[in-house]
Design a protein around this ligand. Structure first.
Ligand code: ADP
Ligand code: MG
Length: 729
C-alpha cells in the first residue's frame, strides 16, 4: 500500500478545526500593529510627526536629525509591543517579499553595556547582501551594490516580534532593483498629470491618488495532502492527476457555506490582517472546490500593493497553524477554475471625488467622461504593454487557455456608456453651437448617473471592465505582485492625460476655443481612434479571436511572446519619458521575467520527469505484476481456455506497457529538448524554446500518467488523487 498518500489521508480526515477566539471588535484592533497616525502622535514629537506627514502627503525630505527622532519613537513603540528585531521589508524582482532581521540589541565593543538601539541611520537605509537577488544585469553593468531605503508613505508594522519597515531597493547608481520604486514614480507622475487635468473642472484639486482594491483568489488544501504531492510542493501546481469525477459542474461550492476549517482559518487570518491594518472585508467560496477569495476595502495604490504582498505572506503563515496549505498558483488543478487577482482601479482627488464615478452635475460628468475616455485610449494605445505586464508562466494557464479572461486585451463599458460614447462621437468638429452644448449637457452628459443605475450587464469574460465607478483589471495572476500591472496602468493613463492636456490647451490657445468645446473635440477624436479596443461580447468565443485579429489587436497566448512588449521601443520611450524607468531598468525587468519563465518551465519539466519515472512507472509495474500473476494462475487452472477467461487482464497488461513506453520515450525526448534549450544564449530564444519545444511534452506525459491512474489499483497509487485534494475539507 502506498504509505505517504494513505497516511496523509488519515491525518487529513481526522483533523479537528483549530480552536480560535476573536480578540474583540475589528474596529478596536484595526491597525494596532501599525505605526500609524495614532501611534505616531503618541510616540513622536510634533515636529517628527509633521515630518512624516509632509513626506507622505507632499514627498518632502526627512533629514537625518528628524530621522533619528522618528526612529527613536518607532523603537519605543515597538519595544512596548515586545518586538526584538527590525527589518527593512522590500520587494525584489523575485516577486516575493524579502527581509533580513537585525536585533535592536547592541553592546559596546567589549560586550558590556547591553542596550536596545535603533537610530535614524538604521531606519533610513540598510544594505542587505543583495548579490543573490535578480537584477537583470543592472548590477553587472554598473558594478554597483544595492541598498534599501525607507518608504515613509507605507507605514511600518509589526509581524510576530519583528518591526518591518517598508523600503525601496535600489542600486548605488540609482537604478530600481525592485517593484516598488517604479510604482512610486508612476504614482507620482499620475498625481501630477491627473491633477493638471482636474484643474479644468475644479481649481481646488491639489492631489490625485490612484486607488487599488485587489481581490485575492486562492485554494486551501490540507497540509498533509499537499505535502504528499511533490509537484504541488515544488511547482505550486499539480503536473498530473486524473480529473475528479465531480469537479465544479454542480456549482455547489460558489458562495456556498464556508467549510468549518476554512472558516476558522479565515477568521484567524482576518484578525492578523486587522492588526496589520489590512482592511479585509469580504470572504467567500469561489467557483472551484476548495477555492476561496479575500477582498479588502480599496486603498491608495502603493499601500494596497504592500498590503497584498504582506497578505500573501501572512496567508501561508496562518495556514500553518491550521494544518493547511495555501495555493496561490494561477492553475493548481486541471479541469477546475484557476485563480486570479482582480485589480480594481480608480482615481480619487484630495477633494473627495472619485474621478471614475459619474455624478449629479453635467460639469462633474464631463470630468468623469474625460478620465473614462482617456483610460480607454490609454489601454487602446498600449494594449500589448498591459498584456506584457501580467505575463507569467502560471498566468499562461488562464489567459488564452480556455479560462477567464482571454489573452486579448479589450475594454468592456456596458451598453449605456457605449450609447453615450456614440453620441459624443457625433459632436460637431470645431466650436459647438449654444444649442448643441445645452443638448449635450442635458441629454447626454447629464444623464449618465441615471443610465448607469440600470447598467447591470457585467461581462465576466472581459479582461478590463468598467464596473460603475472603477475599472477592473481582471487578467492579473493570483500569484503576482500587483506592482507590475499598477505601474503599467498608471503610467499609460498618466501619459495619456498629459497628451490630453496638451491637445486641449492647444485648441484653447491656437483655435480660440472655449474649454468645453476643446474638451469635447479632443474626446470625440479619442472615441473614434480607440474604438477597436471596446468589446462587449463573449471574450472566450472563437468569433472574438477572429474579430480581434481583424481589428489588429494583439493575442499573445504565451509569456515569451507577451513579454516582448515589455522592452519594445514604445515601452522604453514611455517609461523613460515619464521618468519612471530608464532603458536599463526596463530591459532588466524584461530579462528577469524571461529568465523566471524559463526556470519555472525547466523546474516543471524536471519534476514531471521525476514523478512520471519514479512514482508512476514503478507503481504501474507493480500492478502489472499482480495481473501477470493472476493470468499465470488462470492459465494453471484453465489451460488453453485461459485466453478467454483472462482476456480483460491481458488487455490491461498490454495497455500498461503501452503507457509506460509512452512515458519513457516522451520523458527522454523532453529531456533532450531541455538540453538543446539550455545551450541557447539569448534569453528570448531560450524562453521560446522552453515554451514551444519543452512544454508541449507536459500534456503528453501527463496523459499517459493519468490513464495509468485510472488503470492501476487505487491501493497502490502513490500520488494523492484530485478528488482527495479537492474535496477533503
Ligand atoms: P465585485 O467586483 O466582486 O462585484 P465590488 O464592486 O464590491 O465587488 O468591489 C470589488 C473590489 O473593488 C473591492 O476590493 C473594493 O474595495 C474595490 N473598489 C471599490 N471601489 C473602488 C475604487 N474607487 N477604487 C479602487 N477599488 C475599488
Ligand atoms: Mg471582481
Amino acid at each position: 500500500m502506498s504509505t505517504i498518500r494513505f497516511q496523509a489521508l488519515r491525518e487529513a480526515s481526522t483533523r479537528k478545526p483549530v480552536q480560535f477566539e476573536e480578540s474583540g471588535r475589528k474596529s478596536a484592533i484595526f491597525g494596532s500593529n501599525v505605526f500609524n497616525d495614532k501611534a505616531m502622535k503618541q510616540y513622536l514629537t510634533s515636529d517628527a510627526f509633521k515630518g512624516v506627514q509632509g513626506a507622505v502627503q507632499h514627498g518632502t525630505k526627512i533629514d537625518r536629525k528628524l530621522a533619528d527622532y522618528i526612529a527613536m519613537g518607532m523603537k519605543e513603540w515597538a519595544l512596548a509591543k515586545g518586538v526584538t528585531h527590525y527589518t527593512h521589508w522590500f520587494q525584489p524582482l523575485t516577486g516575493a517579499t524579502a527581509e533580513k532581521h537585525d536585533a535592536f540589541f547592541e553592546t559596546s565593543y567589549d560586550g558590556s553595556d547591553p542596550v536596545e538601539k535603533f537610530g535614524g541611520a538604521q531606519l533610513v537605509q540598510q544594505e542587505p547582501d543583495a548579490s543573490s537577488f535578480p537584477n537583470g544585469g543592472i548590477r553587472n553593468t554598473f558594478e554597483a551594490r544595492g541598498y534599501t531605503a525607507w518608504d515613509p508613505t507605507s507605514p511600518a508594522f509589526i509581524f510576530g516580534t519583528t518591526l518591518c519597515i517598508p523600503t525601496v531597493f535600489i542600486s548605488y547608481t540609482g537604478e530600481a532593483l525592485d517593484y516598488k520604486t517604479p510604482l512610486l514614480r508612476a504614482l507620482q507622475v499620475m498625481d501630477e498629470a491627473a491633477t493638471d487635468v482636474c484643474k479644468y473642472f475644479d481649481k481646488n484639486v491639489k492631489k490625485v491618488t490612484a486607488t487599488l482594491g485587489w481581490e485575492q483568489e486562492y485554494f486551501l488544501i490540507d497540509r498533509a495532502l499537499a505535502e504528499s504531492r511533490p509537484d504541488l510542493m515544488m511547482t505550486g501546481r499539480t503536473l498530473l492527476g486524473h480529473t475528479s469525477a465531480k469537479g465544479q459542474q454542480l456549482d455547489d461550492h460558489y458562495f456556498g457555506s464556508i467549510p468549518t476549517r476554512a472558516l476558522t482559518y479565515m477568521r484567524d487570518l482576518e484578525q492578523e490582517c486587522m492588526l496589520l491594518g489590512i482592511p479585509v472585508k469580504t470572504r467567500h467560496n469561489e467557483v472551484a472546490p476548495n477555492q476561496f477569495e479575500f477582498a479588502p476595502i480599496f486603498e491608495e495604490t502603493n499601500l494596497a500593493v504592500d498590503h497584498n504582498c504582506l497578505l500573501m505572506d501572512v496567508m501561508q503563515k496562518v495556514a500553518e497553524r491550521h494544518d493547511l496549505k495555501v495555493l496561490l498558483h494561477e492553475k493548481p488543478f486541471k479541469g477546475v477554475n484557476g485563480s486570479g487577482k482582480h485589480n480594481n482601479w480608480s482615481l480619487a482627488t484630495d477633494t473627495g471625488v472619485n474621478l471614475l464615478s459619474p455624478s449629479k452635475t453635467p460639469m462633474t460628468n464631463l470630468q468623469f467622461l474625460t478620465f473614462f475616455i482617456n483610460t480607454i485610449k490609454a489601454v487602446h494605445d498600449h494594449e500589448s504593454l498591459l498584456r506584457g505586464a501580467i505575463a507569467t508562466a502560471g498566468n499562461d494557464h488562464r489567459l488564452g487557455a480556455n479560462e477567464a479572461p482571454p489573452a486579448i486585451i479589450s475594454v468592456f463599458i456596458g451598453e449605456q456608456l457605449t450609447k453615450v460614447l456614440a453620441e459624443l462621437e457625433g459632436v460637431t468638429a470645431g466650436k459647438l453651437s449654444p444649442e448643441e452644448k445645452t443638448d449635450l449637457k442635458l441629454n447626454v452628459v447629464g444623464k449618465i448617473p441615471d443610465v448607469l443605475l440600470d447598467n447591470t450587464d457585467r461581462n465576466r469574460t472581459s479582461p478590463f471592465a468598467f464596473t460603475g465607478n472603477k475599472f477592473e483589471f481582471r487578467a492579473v495572476g493570483s500569484n503576482s505582485n500587483c506592482s507590475n500591472s499598477m505601474t503599467t496602468l498608471n503610467a499609460i493613463v498618466a501619459k495619456q492625460l498629459k497628451d490630453f492636456k496638451k491637445e486641449v490647451d492647444t485648441l484653447i490657445e491656437s483655435k480660440d476655443m472655449k474649454k468645453d468645446d476643446a474638451i469635447f473635440n479632443v474626446l470625440r477624436e479619442y472615441i473614434k481612434h480607440s474604438k477597436k479596443i471596446l468589446f462587449e461580447g463573449d471574450g472566450y468565443s472563437e468569433a472574438w479571436e477572429i474579430e480581434a485579429g481583424k481589428r489588429g489587436l494583439s493575442n499573445f497566448k504565451t509569456t515569451p511572446l507577451a513579454l516582448k512588449a515589455r522592452a519594445s521601443k514604445q515601452a522604453l520611450d514611455l517609461f523613460s519619458d515619464l521618468g519612471i524607468m530608464n532603458h536599463v531598468e526596463v530591459e532588466a525587468r524584461y530579462e528577469i521575467e524571461l529568465e523566471e519563465y524559463t526556470k519555472k518551465i525547466q523546474i516543471e519539466g524536471r519534476v514531471l520527469g521525476d514523478i512520471a519515472t519514479n512514482h508512476v512507472i514503478p507503481t504501474a509495474i507493480r500492478y502489472q505484476n499482480t495481473l501477470i500473476e493472476n493470468v499465470k494462475g488462470l492459465k494453471d487452472i484453465f489451460g488453453a481456455d485461459f485466453e478467454t477467461i483472462a482476456k480483460e487482464q491481458i488487455i490491461i497488461i498490454k495497455s500498461i506497457s503501452k503507457h509506460i513506453e509512452g512515458i519513457n520515450s516522451k520523458v527522454l525526448e523532453m529531456t533532450n529538448e531541455r538540453k538543446k534549450a539550455n545551450v541557447l544564449t539569448d534569453g528570448q530564444e531560450m524562453a521560446e524554446a522552453y515554451c514551444d519545444k519543452v512544454k508541449p511534452y507536459f500534456e503528453v506525459i501527463r496523459e499517459h500518467c493519468d490513464k495509468l491512474e485510472l488503470l492501476v489499483d487505487n491501493e497502490l497509487w502513490t500520488l494523492t488523487k484530485y478528488r482527495e485534494l479537492l474535496f477533503t475539507k
